[in-house]
Design a protein around this ligand. Structure first.
Ligand SMILES: [Zn+2]
Length: 95
């Protein structure tokens, strides 16, 4: 009789432990998702920052311009970056 009760108690403890582990796993998964969200958000903010700070050099006058403002002209197998349309024209005329 005592053996059966002990077995049931062990079974209940085991079930409880499994339940707790599942709860912890779910919580960690949820936490991981939150951390991922925060990281993505931080990357987006940082990415926006680096896009603003990312400077490319004009091959004609040597001025540094933000990559989003730069004009990129693709030649045969190389691409050249210019700060303005004037520089593109000047470069083309010099050739
Ligand atoms: Zn230029």
């Amino acid at each position: 009789m005592g053996f059966i009760i002990r077995g049931v108690v062990i079974l209940i403890i085991f079930a409880f432990v499994v339940y707790v582990f599942k709860a912890i796993a779910r919580l960690t998964h949820h936490m991981r998702g939150t951390v991922r969200d925060v990281r993505t958000l931080r990357d987006q903010i940082a990415g926006r920052g680096t896009v603003n700070e990312e400077m490319v050099r004009c091959v004609n006058c040597g001025a540094f311009v933000a990559s989003r403002d730069a004009l990129t002209v693709s030649a045969r197998n190389s691409s050249r970056t210019f700060c303005s349309q004037e520089c593109v024209s000047a470069r083309v005329q010099n050739r």
